[in-house]
Design a protein around this ligand. Structure first.
Ligand code: GTP
Ligand code: MG
Length: 572
């Protein structure tokens, strides 16, 4: 078989039964032996072209280099045109069971980006650890990344066992330590295998050097990975792309268009749209350019359907069957990696895109950040920097329909857009109706803020608390904010303690004070999510102040609302 068959993803068709292809990613710290292991797998599975191994060895002899299995990959890459089994990041090989594409992930960031945007996909992973160096922060990072990507089939390979004298104790120590760590992040490795990739121990068969090990060799372990179910066997998901009105006059039917991500749908099926919760039945499936309209459409196809009821559904909803709906919520616990040049911070709004849905999100709580520079996990960070991996809670401005952590490819992944760029991406591990309370390590004031939908703000109108026009302005603002769904409270004579408590409770407080009110400034400054907005009416504003002119233009309360909105202090 030519490797290019597998590359097409169509499956080889050389008269034999159709063979399965599986994508596996191999990750590990630099120099821990990924390429050597892959070279070994190529050589020992007979995937290499005839004479290749010998010729690479001969070249090494001639040039006085010590032969490395990794050279096989370079040699193959240099000969792309000869039915070759490798390109820059992917290596193809086959076993009796099936064909494999191994993704050697040199830079995990690029790989992650590709995984999350859907450009690359892996169904299983090999995680490599150097026996002599043991578990490194990077080994943890990689484990965490795999968990984040929802790759649950993992085999851990402890390589370079020759360097520790094939010692059982050395292996057990590493295996135990790593298994404990993986358990913390909900990853259960199917096997932990001691090997020497260089010496070929436990790659394709039993090892005389490690008689104490009675598990499978690497090849058996990966042949035991299970294929993900075919997409048309999964629950129905059709993210709504668009809703078209039928062109004819008097015909108010609408066509709901979208791509069937998974499952299958038939005429007559009862369907549910999420998050709206609207239900109807499929009246017809439109067959564009087909002689007769189809009765069924399956995963992978774009389609348009009409419904028996005239529902108003929107782009971004997901059509499913009634008995297997997606999850819906606006509180999203996510695992996310960040690529943005600017860090992801609290108090800023980002665009989340999931399938065809788009909504504004902000950080409601930061549970854990895996730091890119220190490669350590930190719970105290209050921002997510470039290349960090984070466990966050996001608040979405409107409920989103989705599937949890890779249950279904196209509806379980999201990307975050900051400005015009994809700045991050990840998967959703939990969904709440609203940001739920009561979980450990929640940042309560951030949650309140998320639930209220606006930040805590102290609106300090500068001037005499007895002045009727200022009191009117304060009252008018309170009223307008309440009408707009804000938790607003107008009060005079606030102490530092009272202001602090009200701000911590997430309110917009409106007060009037003619002094500089340092106690109030301090109250706002002490709380991370709160801010003070000082308002000067017909006076001389400082650079930070909101300036209101009563003589001209919009009424003062309107001017004030605009200024607060501009500062991001209002619900939007
Ligand atoms: P990068 O691609 O740079 O991240 O490295 P890698 O993980 O692909 O490692 P590679 O396979 O290039 O191996 C790095 C070095 O480790 C080479 O010198 C290998 O010969 C050596 N090595 C790999 N496997 C073994 C092993 O089982 N035992 C010993 N002693 N050395 C090994
Ligand atoms: Mg390598």
């Amino acid at each position: 078989m030519q490797a290019s068959d597998a590359r097409d993803g169509a499956g080889p068709d050389d008269g034999a039964a159709i063979r399965e292809t599986m994508n596996i990613v191999i990750v590990g710290h630099v120099d821990h032996g990924k390429s050597t292991l892959v070279g070994r797998l190529l050589a020992d599975t007979g995937t290499l072209p005839k004479g290749k191994l010998e010729s690479v060895k001969a070249t090494c002899d001639r040039t006085g280099k010590v032969f490395e299995y990794a050279f096989l990959l370079d040699a193959l890459e240099a000969e792309q045109d000869q039915g070759i089994t490798i390109d820059a990041a992917r290596v193809f090989f086959r076993t009796d069971r099936r064909d494999y594409i191994i993704i050697d992930a040199p830079g995990h960031i690029e790989f992650l980006k590709n995984m999350v945007t859907g450009a690359a996909r892996a169904e299983a992973a090999i995680l490599l650890i150097d026996a002599a160096e043991g578990v490194q922060e990077n080994s943890r990072r990689h484990g965490y990344l795999l968990a984040m990507l929802g790759i649950r089939q993992v085999v851990v390979v402890v390589n370079k066992m020759d360097l520790v004298g094939y010692s059982r104790d050395a292996f057990v120590d590493i295996a135990q330590e790593y298994r404990r760590f993986l358990a913390e992040i909900d990853v259960t490795p199917q096997h932990i295998i001691p090997v020497s990739a260089r010496a070929g121990e436990l790659i394709t068969g039993a090892s005389a050097q490690m008689p104490w090990y009675d598990g499978p060799a690497v090849l058996e372990a990966i042949d035991a990975f299970e294929k993900q179910p075919a997409r048309h066997d999964l629950p129905l998901r059709v993210p709504v792309q668009d809703v078209y009105k039928w062109g004819h006059r008097g015909d108010d039917r609408r066509i709901v268009a979208g791509r069937v991500e998974s499952g299958r749908v038939r005429v007559g099926d009862e369907v549910l749209f999420s998050p709206s919760g609207k239900r109807s039945r499929i009246a017809s499936i439109e067959g564009f350019n087909l002689p007769a309209p189809p009765q069924e459409v399956v995963a992978g196809r774009s389609t348009g359907v009409t419904l028996t009821e005239q529902l108003y559904v929107e782009r971004g909803e997901i059509m499913s069957h009634v008995d297997h709906p997606p999850s819906v919520g606006s509180g999203l616990r996510v695992k996310l990696f960040w690529l943005g040049r600017k860090p992801m911070t609290r108090g800023r709004s980002y665009k989340l895109k999931l399938a065809t849905a788009e909504t504004a999100v902000s950080i409601a709580a930061i549970h854990r950040v895996l730091d890119a520079s220190e490669l350590g996990s930190s719970t105290g960070k209050d921002r997510v920097e470039r290349h960090d991996v984070a466990d966050l809670e996001l608040h979405a401005r409107k409920p989103v329909a989705l599937d949890l952590a890779h249950e279904i490819e196209g509806t379980s992944r999201f990307v975050i857009v900051d400005g015009f760029d994809i700045a991050g991406g990840g998967i959703v591990s939990e969904v709440f109706d609203g940001p739920a309370l009561g979980q450990a390590a929640r940042d309560a004031s951030a949650l309140r803020r998320a639930r209220l939908g606006h930040p805590a703000t102290l609106v300090l109108i500068a001037g005499d608390p007895e002045a009727p026009e200022l009191r009117d302005l304060g009252r008018a603002l309170e009223r307008r904010l309440l009408d707009g769904g804000h938790h607003a409270y107008a009060a005079l004579g606030l102490s530092h303690g009272a202001a602090r408590a009200l701000l911590d409770a997430g309110l917009v407080i409106i007060t009037i004070d003619d002094a500089d009110a340092p106690a109030l400034h301090a109250a706002a400054e002490e709380l991370r999510d709160a801010a003070l907005a000082r308002v000067v009416v017909d006076g001389e504003p400082g650079p930070e102040d909101i300036s209101i002119q009563t003589g001209a233009g919009a009424p003062p309360v309107e001017q004030l609302l605009v200024a607060l909105a501009e500062r991001g202090r209002l619900r939007s």
